[in-house]
Ligand binder design. Structure first.
Ligand SMILES: Nc1nc2c(ncn2[C@@H]2O[C@H](COP(=O)(O)OP(=O)(O)O)[C@@H](O)[C@H]2O)c(=O)[nH]1
Ligand SMILES: [Mg+2]
Ligand SMILES: [Zn+2]
Length: 229
């Protein structure tokens, strides 16, 4: 294929994804569902974070999870073991979820009206940044074992995310991880990014994460017509 033809095919794929992401976003809005797209490199702790979060939040509002991985249904099984519905999407050779996959998986979840949909993307700090799934925002999970400079090496992902969850904070005593430097690098590529430190293992920092989720749901609520203007 010529270079021009490759560029045209990429444009077509991204254009189609944008349209389907818009459809997903409209459906989530109509259902009053707040959707988060969790991205990270493999092993940063997305599933561990979700397992803890869904256990601690599932009595407050409806929750559903869409799990993306190239192979296996291990992660969906870890979520389902908590009693929360989860749909596994296997991307095979694919290295990211797209809006069509998320739309089809959402059809298979029970109604989540007024609740939260967590989408765990394929572990990859590169192309999931370019694929809108219709989420309210992306959350990049970054662990203390990965090295401070990753926000500079993979800037698109940190630029596309609203929140950086720095996970495995329990490992700080045994690592030479410079937290302040990591935050500085992330803010260099995205001055607006919010940052929370957590440990999926101990639960440290999760209360602040839940407060952040509640703040996002307040933002989503339609303007109260009785009090507006
Ligand atoms: N020490 C520590 N280990 C963690 C933490 N979160 C996840 N892990 C471990 O990191 C590994 C990868 O976690 P997983 O949730 O599967 O990551 P994912 O690939 O991003 O979904 C597992 O061995 C987890 O037990 C944490 O906060 N602290
Ligand atoms: Mg996982
Ligand atoms: Zn990809």
């Amino acid at each position: 294929m010529s270079r021009d033809r490759i560029i045209q095919v990429e444009r077509d794929i991204l254009g189609k994804n944008e349209r389907l992401a818009g459809d997903n976003r409209a459906r989530f809005r109509a259902d009053g569902v707040l959707a988060f797209n969790l991205v990270s490199s493999p092993g940063a702790g997305k599933t561990s974070l979700l397992v803890r979060a869904v256990v601690e939040l599932k009595d407050s509002f409806p929750i559903g999870v869409i799990e993306g991985d190239q192979q296996t249904s291990n992660d969906a099984e870890r979520i389902r073991a908590t009693g929360v519905p989860a749909i596994q999407v296997n991307t095979g050779k694919g290295c990211h979820l797209d809006a069509a996959m998320v739309g089809a998986a959402y059809d298979r979840l029970p109604h989540l009206n007024g609740g939260v949909l967590f989408i765990e993307n394929v572990g990859n700090l590169v192309c999931p940044a370019g694929f809108d799934l219709g989420e309210a925002c992306k959350i990049v999970v970054f662990s203390t074992a990965e090295g401070e400079d990753k926000p500079l090496k993979y800037p698109d992902m940190f630029a596309a995310s609203s929140l950086m969850l720095i996970n495995k904070i329990d490992l700080l005593p045994v690592l030479s991880f410079d937290l302040a430097r990591t935050i500085e690098f992330a803010r260099r590529v995205n001055p607006q990014i919010e940052v929370l430190t957590v440990s999926a293992r101990t639960g440290e920092g999760f209360a602040a994460f839940y407060a952040w989720i509640r703040k996002q749901s307040e933002k989503m609520k339609p303007v109260d017509m009785a009090t507006a203007g």
